[in-house]
Design a protein around this ligand. Structure first.
Ligand code: BGC
Length: 532
């Protein structure tokens, strides 16, 4: 059992206790109207155990808490009719997950043969994973979603790395300004990073005369034509900088270095999923899949080159290549995943509406916003925050309800949900919330967070099935959702079991830390050996 498992186990235990306690409390009081509603709802939705909402932890969800006249409802509990209606909307059961995984395998195959698939299946030109004996120091620049980092990665030759890094926030003005301003900002950050190295004492003149090699992790879909060249297909995750779409991201960056008279060569352009796969394989050689579950979401995996029939280049004797699936765009045609009216609202509010729709159900950029739309709707129907819902201006501000709030809400196991109150009353400015309001808010977060975890598990199940690796492999996963969102990884594991049965035991989902920075450095370092 890893430390993580232990932490989750502990959290699970606490959650079960908290859940049982709240169930106990729920039996005390009779509210005639609610009991009637509950009876009607229970009848309409037999197999849907309300318990998976009422109990704080999913693993306790097998007990049946379907309200009837003997299960009395307390005024502190949310209206069961509301809960069941929402659960119907957001639930993706095991059969549906299997259908989703099956459809993804079909789309993967299509994307390997043609460009006519929702899955772009981009050949990365990275044809080998590292062995762990590589050495040296390399620069990496990592543009993910919210953050941007400059790193210097030192490989120790025994699968270990040392990283010096600086972290920066990309402001909305930069994300939505001109491409030149955005890339100048990156170049300036690299300059300051190099100049601030106390040990090497790099001077302004050195920046011009010495050559620095750099791996660029650019976490957007690019049409990758070689290891250090890729044309941006389109922005997402809130970026819309001008004059970039259709351009080579490496040229844009290289031009910015030139404007600053810096002698930096971008030797590798890497997606964060590829970086995660490569860097995790550096210490865990059985890694065949890299996944990001953060502001955005995506996966890369190792494919046999003979299966990539659209790849026309000479693979230089290599047998395998890493494929960047860009699964964020999976099911953009809307054929298999059920969407709610809230998902459509979120989509319509984005700069890239009707695309990257899988990502919009899963990733940190959007979960809070889905939740906000549900809450706004329930305020309108009078089902939540009766005292203060209409008074909150914040609730109507797009993206004001952050995914980090959901995480915080799901982590609150106190009896009166005091931290949920802090989020709602102090951060969202909704005065006078009741315990029933807070429980309903928490249940909604659980439904949306759980759906995201289960859909990402369906994606991983599809990839390991396509690779024929059901007998065992490691999946390196980076990103704030997997690392920090309560129960996310356990919910994924449960869903993997529902889809793959016992084979799920052979698939190790492992936290990959800083894969994108280290991976870019590794690929830059080994460009000659690792690429075709
Ligand atoms: C991008 C991917 C990236 C993922 C995770 C998505 O929005 O399209 O290229 O890997 O986010 O950062």
């Amino acid at each position: 059992m890893s430390n993580n498992d232990f932490t989750y186990g502990l959290a699970t235990g606490i959650a079960i206790c908290a859940g049982l306690f709240s169930l106990g409390a729920a039996f005390v009081y009779i509210n005639n109207q609610r009991a009637k509603n509950a009876k009607a709802v229970a009848h309409a939705s037999q197999p849907l155990a309300l318990s998976s909402i009422a109990v704080s932890d999913d693993r306790a969800s097998t007990s049946s808490f379907v309200p009837n006249e003997t299960h009395k409802i307390s005024p502190d509990d949310p209206n069961p009719a509301t809960l069941v209606r929402l659960q119907h909307l957001f639930e993706v059961n095991g059969d549906k997950l299997s259908q989703i995984a099956k459809h993804m395998v079909a789309e993967m195959k299509k994307g390997l043969a043609t460009d006519d698939s929702t899955l772009k299946m981009i050949p990365t030109h990275v044809v080998r994973r590292p062995k762990g004996d590589e050495t040296g120091s390399y620069l990496a620049l990592d543009l993910g979603g919210t953050n941007f980092r400059v790193c210097e990665v030192t490989l120790d030759g025994r699968g270990g790395t040392r990283v010096r890094q600086s972290k920066h926030t990309v402001t909305d003005d930069l994300k939505n300004g001109t491409g030149a301003a955005l890339f100048d900002f990156f170049a300036e950050c690299v300059k300051q990073f190099l100049l601030s190295d106390d040990q090497k004492e790099v001077t302004d003149k050195d920046l011009h005369t010495n050559e620095f090699k750099l791996g660029f992790t650019f976490s957007f879909a690019v049409n990758q034509v070689s290891i250090n060249s890729g044309f941006l297909m389109g922005w997402n995750k809130g970026f819309s900088a001008s004059d970039c779409v259709g351009k080579d991201a490496v040229v844009l960056l290289q031009d910015a270095f030139r404007r600053k008279r810096m002698n930096v060569s971008v030797t590798a352009l890497v997606n964060d999923t590829t970086g995660t796969l490569v860097s995790h394989a550096y210490s865990a050689p059985d890694t065949y899949v890299g996944v990001i579950l953060g502001t955005g979401t995506n996966a890369a995996y190792v494919e046999k080159i003979e299966n990539i029939t659209k790849y026309k280049k000479d693979p230089a004797g290599a047998k395998d290549m890493i494929i960047n699936t860009e699964w964020g765009a999976f099911d953009d045609e809307m054929v298999v995943i059920p969407r709610t009216k809230y998902d459509h609202k979120v989509d319509r509010g984005t700069a890239n509406a009707k695309s990257w729709t899988f990502e919009k159900l899963i990733s940190g950029m959007y979960l809070g916003e889905i939740c906000r739309y549900v809450l706004v709707d329930l305020v309108k129907t009078g089902e939540i925050y009766i005292a203060g819902g209409t008074k909150s201006k914040t609730l109507s501000v797009p993206h004001a309800f952050e995914t980090a709030f959901m995480s915080r809400i799901e982590r609150d196991h106190s009896l009166d949900l005091s931290d949920v109150r802090t989020v709602l009353e102090d951060l969202m400015h909704i005065p006078g919330t009741t315990l029933a309001d807070r429980r309903l808010t928490k249940a909604i977060c659980e439904m949306i967070g759980k759906r995201a975890a289960r859909l990402s598990a369906a994606g991983i199940a599809a990839i390991v099935t396509k690779m024929n690796k059901l007998d065992g492999c490691t999946v390196g996963i980076d990103g704030s959702l997997f690392e920090l969102y309560p129960h996310f990884s356990n919910r994924m594991r449960d869903a993997m079991h529902e889809i793959l049965g016992f084979s799920a035991e052979n698939i190790v989902l492992e936290q990959a830390r800083d894969g994108s920075g280290q991976g870019a450095a590794l690929i830059a370092a080994l460009a000659g050996k690792l690429t075709a």
